[in-house]
Design a protein around this ligand. Sequence first.
Ligand SMILES: [Fe+2]
Ligand SMILES: [Fe+2]
Length: 472
Amino acid sequence: MTIASDYTEKIPNNVGLAGDRRLQRALESWQPDFLSWWESMGPALPTRDVYLRTAVNVGREGWAHFDFVPMRDYRWGIFLAERDPGRRIGFGAHKGEPAWQKVPGEYRADLQRLIVIQGDTEPASVEQQRNLGACAPSLYDLRNLFQVNVEEGRHLWAMVYLLHAYFGREGREEAEELLHRNSGSAEAPRILGAFNEETPDWLSFYMFTYFTDRDGKYQLGTLKESAFDPLSRTCEFMLKEEAHHMMVGTTGVDRVVERTAQVMAENDTDDVAALGAIPLPVIQKYLNFHYSVSLDLFGGETSTNVANYYTAGLKGRWMEDRRKDDHRLADDSIMVDALVDGKIDYLEVAALTGLNTDLRREYIADCRGGVSRWNKILDSAGLPHRLKLPHAAFNRKVGAFAGIEAAPDGEMISAAEWERRKGEWLPTDVDKTFVRSLMRPVHERGKIAAWIAPPRNGINGKPFDYDYVHLA
Ligand SMILES: [Fe+2]
Ligand SMILES: [Fe+2]
């Protein structure tokens, strides 16, 4: 089968690929590299086909087409949200001017960098999740994993399309690099720290899709505001797909907590490990880890680069058009996390330099929503236990608190105390080994592993016991 010959049919798109031979050829030469990357770094579990959602257009019906497809033949399409011909720039020095359909020369390097950083995270998560299929707790979960994987693959396509279409030879080179860097690689790691961490078990996967994918949602939200219209429209469409990834994380953690709460309540004990469930303190440690490494993804509390991106119109704020200010921020200020006289405190800085903090706060508020829903599950099981987000200073490697140690409650501690006590707060080898020991595959239709509750709903109106995945 030669894919190249009927490429435009193979790759659904709404960017007029058939009418742009140069771009078509460029993507044609990238496609075999993508497929060999998918084969060697994508899902390791052999499958015949999977019940997947494929975007075949951006309209209401088009973007969510469900069918059984062999994953290698997934139609990784290129879709941008519908163009608004009257769209104007919503913030920064160019506020009110028409959105850009081409890349302005003076912002070329910065825009390319932003696209590469976003693009690098997409295949990274596929690599991190490569081996999870072999220990999936149910066919439903296995299908969701693969859905997330193919969509992250499509998001890579989306970024590669922009690089090829708007950034010339340098863009094409960057597109190749996106396949050569690999998660956790010693020689050529992924750009951002959290994307070089392992996702060795399903508790990590749910925490990752809750906390780390959610960072992605916020980053995409800022790029959706971009004055560069093709980037804005690409991100708008990606955000639609991300909603499913958020759902997988949110309900995944829900179901782990629900099962743990059930075993605790039924047996009137906190010690559920011997009963095959994950103890709450272990869940809390996983939460602490994934939350803190995800906070690092937002960068330093202050950044002149990000201030410049905003003023230039490259990257806006979360929900920019709902903000009730002048959308230029030249005279505003913000309080940011800081070490003041060696203590955890706040500092007032110019609003523009504090934009990373602004975005991180939106994210933190969103994360609180998850924790309160998990606590409701504990509450309805009649349990007094509660989960908590750790303090922003806890386990940080980036920003104001990178150089200090803090307990989850925000109390500053010495390096020696951190070393002594970190096993109380972050997953230890014993915890990880225990969680891994529960990860036995349940690939039988309608069955589910003992450490997690079944979902309330299936996918696309199908029941939980549907045959979502046909294994090879
Ligand atoms: Fe993505
Ligand atoms: Fe995602």
